[in-house]
Design a protein around this ligand. Sequence first.
Ligand code: NYM
Ligand code: MG
Length: 221
Amino acid sequence: MSSSKRGAFIVIEGLDRSGKSTQVSLLRDRLQDAENAGPTKVVMLHFPIRTTAIGKMIDAYLHSESELDDHTIHLLFSANRWELASTITAHLAQGTTVLADRYAFSGIAFSARKGLPYEWCRAPDVGLPAPDLTLFLNISPEVAATRAGYGLERYEKEEVQKGVKQVFDKIGREMQEDGGSEGKWVEIDAGKTKEEVAEDLWKAVEPLVNGVQGSIGRLWE
Ligand code: NYM
Ligand code: MG
């Protein structure tokens, strides 16, 4: 990698049971032994990061061990990203690829679904390191529900996922129209087989494997 390049920041988004976690792991492995590039250094983050003090509060909420006001939990999810922001930036500057399983887009989608204003939901994430590429694993809530059953976490219900999908679709439309500081948004058909989805993801990611030019963007600035 030439010294003028930095690592790429790649985000994978999608509904629960869209195959995200599987695909993120496959993608990490593939990035690590990308042939032409030589081994790529990759760091994988899964938001929410449940090990920090804030992450533990989020985890308790998701397991319904605590009740929190909708605004409060929204801000905690955002704070959980901000506590990793400088780590992300440092990795990118060192030429490491950062692969995130969920990011600010999940934050907006899951909270706006509850009726919180869209702009209010977006505001706390303004200025976070912006992904170069966001891959949205597109699956209908109906198909997702037929996959091995939902877990016991809050939000893992078909009617919730339907609302979340509507907000994700709005985010996708805006990102595709705008093409601004928040990087590229690419939809991947996640209803295909695991292998086909992995192949489609790889096609989108491969151009970034050798790093990217230019400084790190800031979300919605
Ligand atoms: N979630 C995740 C939010 O509601 N807001 C956020 O900002 C993020 C990052 O947490 N149902 C929700 C989406 C999921 C849940 O995520 C846990 P996962 O990827 O299932 O561990
Ligand atoms: Mg989940």
